[in-house]
Write a protein that binds this ligand. Structure first.
Ligand SMILES: Nc1nc2c(ncn2[C@@H]2O[C@H](COP(=O)(O)OP(=O)(O)OP(=O)(O)O)[C@@H](O)[C@H]2O)c(=O)[nH]1
Length: 402
């Protein structure tokens, strides 16, 4: 029996067990028990096996993420367009107003995201001429999955537009797989009408320039962004999702869980960066995202005050086992008519810091967040717990962290 079949069988057993436990425990008036959950999860798993085996011989469940498979994302654009601000706000928790004091970047700055897959985000200095024939392009662009071009919407955008089109035309032959995104950035400084006009104009100019150069329907996505609201996280999430090969599988799993637990919207968040690497396939609602982001902020703040390092020594391990759940969970009832449910899926220590004499470990973790408007959500919590445990077991089995 192949490893794929073993995993599929384990997942199936796990769901059978969970499903029958859930039915046994569920009171009469709970929502529909999750009969379809196991089938959908298994079909999602099978679909995933087919796709990944097709894409890459080495990738199989149990060892999906090849050690060298670290999708890389480049942040490029002219000087002062806002690249370092974006990277600092999203990956270093810098307050947006502090970016006013950032100095010009002179070397490539690399950020990593470790919650599930190991992403790398490279912030490239604006003053380097990457189109110079003497420049070692392979060291930068080889292995890049996506490029974000940051364009300052409040400055004259003729130069950045022509630099972007030159860059795309220069790279497209050697690196045809790069996916391009344009962040029309600092839109907080524009009125709503002017913002729409600017976005339309930028898109039109880029499309026309590339068309004139012989490139039709370029693979570019456009986002209006600002570090002063959630738009930057939303845009980053979308770009990251383009680098997740298992995205359809995640979406299928999240659709199933949402249907069975009556969530309006379900996300898989990298908690530290507030970037979501997948959501169910219902349309994204900015209000729902903002609620989730606020919940994450509260949980991170609370755990910085009341959390402790688990499992540092035997005494700590005993204490953790005695008082804490194996994975964190949070349930917030009735915020603006919504119930929010968070469940930690995995966790890895990123780095330890000493702050004011206390040793603090910064964790990266991937968490599920579901939003429900269902008024009896609290009553059905037992069933939700059962489904979520099955969901977590499946994800960890099929996509274990290396
Ligand atoms: N209004 C507004 N200002 C922003 C935003 N993002 C960045 N800025 C400001 O833009 C200025 C330049 O930002 P940087 O992040 O240093 O720009 P950069 O692209 O990294 O510049 P180089 O390092 O020179 O390549 C800073 O004063 C930021 O505060 C935004 O979303 N809105």
């Amino acid at each position: 029996m192949s490893r794929n079949d073993e995993v599929a069988e384990e997942v199936s057993d796990c769901f059978e067990r969970r499903s029958s436990e859930a039915k046994r425990k569920s009171p009469q008036n709970f929502p529909k028990p999750d009969d379809n959950l196991m089938t959908s999860m298994n079909s999602a798993n099978n679909e995933h096996k087919t796709r990944t085996n097709g894409d890459n011989e080495d990738l199989e469940p149990g060892n999906l993420l090849h050690a060298d498979h670290k999708p890389r994302l480049l942040l490029m654009g002219l000087k002062r367009s806002g690249k370092s601000s974006i990277s600092n706000v999203v990956f270093r928790k810098m307050a947006p107003h502090e970016t006013l004091f950032l100095e010009t970047t002179t070397t490539i700055r690399k950020e990593a995201m470790h919650s599930f897959m190991d992403f790398q985000v490279w912030d490239l200095p604006g003053q380097i001429d990457y189109l110079d024939p003497d420049f070692d392009a392979e060291s930068i662009f080889g292995g890049v999955g996506a490029m974000i071009w940051v364009l300052d919407a409040i400055d004259n955008y003729m130069e950045p537009v022509s630099r972007l089109t030159e860059t795309i035309l220069h790279l497209q032959h050697s690196y045809p797989d790069i996916k391009y995104s344009v962040f029309i950035h600092k839109v907080d400084s524009l009125t709503e009408d002017f913002r729409d006009d600017t976005m339309r104009d930028v898109r039109q100019r880029i499309t026309d320039d590339l068309y004139d150069a012989g490139l039709e329907n370029p693979p570019i996505t456009y986002y209006g962004t600002s570090i002063y609201d959630h738009s930057i996280f939303e845009a980053f999430s979308k770009v990251m999702q383009g680098l997740v090969p298992q995205l359809p599988t995640f979406e299928a799993l999240l659709n199933t869980v949402s249907a069975n637990c009556r969530f309006e919207k379900a996300y898989l968040f990298d908690v530290y960066s507030k970037v979501y690497i997948a959501s169910d396939t219902t349309p994204v609602d900015m209000k729902a995202y903002e609620l989730c982001a606020d919940l994450i902020d509260i949980i991170v703040d609370m755990s910085e005050v009341y959390g402790w390092d688990r499992g540092q020594d035997q005494q700590e391990t005993d204490r953790s086992q005695a008082v804490a759940a194996p994975s964190a969970e949070s349930f917030v009832s009735n915020i603006k008519g919504y119930h929010l449910y968070l469940k930690e899926i995995n966790r890895s220590a990123l780095r330890a810091q000493v702050r004011q004499g206390f040793r603090l470990t910064i964790y990266r973790n991937l968490s599920f967040i579901g939003i429900s408007k269902y008024s009896d959500f609290e009553i059905s919590k037992v069933l939700v717990d059962q489904n979520m445990q099955a969901f977590q077991d499946t994800l960890l089995k099929v996509f274990p962290r290396g």
